[in-house]
Unconditional design. Structure first.
Length: 155
């Protein structure tokens, strides 16, 4: 979990020094949100957004094709929702980590997202503080849940 200092916990600092770029597929149907996330990720230089998708089926195809390290995935998507897309991604790209970025603060939705194969869940309103920390944590193979959802069990 993140902390209130804006600095990754000691156990999560190692990901900042990784020399290899992490390849990311960004999935959200709202282009201004994708633009915001892209600007945050592009400023970091340890990440490369290799593709974007605006609906669930397109996302599944891109993830299977590109086999990214990380998928930043919204839940409310056209064609199929992010939870259903995550289930398909797990079989088509088993090495990809999935980090849900959602406006939804309901713990049952977050739990369903994690049960569908998600490695983390960030509430969009927490992204300014949590996004990069969550990405690093998930890429290290650990789970991450936004502070806004502390009651969600990390599976």
């Amino acid at each position: 979990m993140g902390n209130d200092t804006g600095v990754p916990p000691t156990s999560h600092r190692a990901w900042f020094s990784v020399n290899r770029l992490s390849r990311i597929v960004l999935v959200d149907d709202f282009e201004p949100w994708r633009s915001y996330v892209r600007s945050v990720v592009d400023d970091h230089r340890r990440f490369e957004i290799v593709a974007e998708a605006s609906d669930g089926m397109e996302a599944v195809r891109r993830v299977e094709e590109l086999q990214p390290d990380l998928v930043l995935l919204d839940i409310g998507l056209p064609s199929i929702d992010g939870i259903a897309a995550a289930r398909l991604m797990r079989s088509g790209a088993p090495g990809a980590k999935i980090l849900f970025l959602s406006e939804n603060r309901h713990s049952d939705i977050a739990e369903a997202a994690l049960n569908a194969g998600g490695h983390g869940y960030v509430v969009k309103s927490d992204c300014a503080h949590d996004l990069l920390i969550a990405m690093g944590t998930v890429l290290q193979g650990e789970k991450f849940v936004s502070r806004a959802l502390d009651e969600v069990p990390i599976l």
